[in-house]
Design a protein around this ligand. Sequence first.
Ligand SMILES: Nc1ncnc2c1ncn2[C@@H]1O[C@H](COP(=O)(O)OP(=O)(O)O)[C@@H](O)[C@H]1O
Ligand SMILES: Cc1ncc(COP(=O)(O)O)c(C=O)c1O
Ligand SMILES: [Mg+2]
Length: 290
Amino acid sequence: MKRTPHLLAIQSHVVFGHAGNSAAVFPMQRVGVNVWPLNTVQFSNHTQYGQWTGEVLAPEQIPALVEGIAAIGELGHCDAVLSGYLGSAAQGRAILTGVARIKAANPKALYLCDPVMGHPEKGCIVAPEVSEFLLEEAAAVADLMCPNQLELDSFSGRKAQSLFDCLAMARALLARGPKAVLVKHLAYPGKPDDSFEMLLVTADGSWHLRRPLLAFPRQPVGVGDLTSGLFLARILLGDSLVAAFEFTAAAVHEVLLETQACTSYELELVRAQDRIAHPRVRFEAVPINL
Ligand SMILES: Nc1ncnc2c1ncn2[C@@H]1O[C@H](COP(=O)(O)OP(=O)(O)O)[C@@H](O)[C@H]1O
Ligand SMILES: Cc1ncc(COP(=O)(O)O)c(C=O)c1O
Ligand SMILES: [Mg+2]
């Protein structure tokens, strides 16, 4: 029987609704991965509501919790680490310490870094030290990186002017160390208005994917976290990078369709669970070589 992969997911948790681990853990479990959630914050709700209560985990707790798993002899079973929203560069460095410890216990373990930088237009800005940490330190260690356009622009220090520009920026990030860069959400002058576009860049090539852009009264949150979580889960389950990319786009689209049908602001993950495991839609990753 095929072994069930194990994945340590280090990101935020919200009590109500879905963002960070609260958006990614259940879908990763639903597709067949054992998830070890390590919550970097526990907030009442995601920050786009403009108010929340809760606490940030002290950075030293991250390596301490990893050490606790090592002490019971389980760390070598960790197949991958996923990291998302960081409260500070110190928390980021603590995650890299944990990643190094896990790679020592299991050299095959993968590290996916979702370089969450917030949305300035939504009043959520990440400190410049976090952005610098992600580019200068995390990119060198990460096996996979999943920026959105804003994060890719931030890494490049300028706004993308074209699809070719996005590709060049993703390739520049790839050159810093990751084996693959998944751009979860493309935005560039001239992009068609009716499509939501993504990009996958690896050493072997580049692929572009389009799915329909859906209308929401308020954009749902946690879509990026769901995307990076499912991408890593499918890779651990044996998909190629391109297959994992296509699966992720389809499963995320299914969640958004369910969410739209329910006129819900929060992602309808429970209702969409069968559609996550077995997406009915399919979007093709098309090779591009601009
Ligand atoms: N097919 C779609 N139609 C409309 N909006 C979408 C679609 N897919 C994702 N979104 C929205 O687009 C944004 C995606 O943001 P993105 O930059 O990829 O990552 P993040 O979720 O990390 O902010 C989110 O606001 C999400 O709700
Ligand atoms: C607590 C928390 N975690 C994570 C996120 C990131 O969510 P997304 O996947 O939309 O980038 C947010 C966004 O507001 C948040 O408030
Ligand atoms: Mg995000």
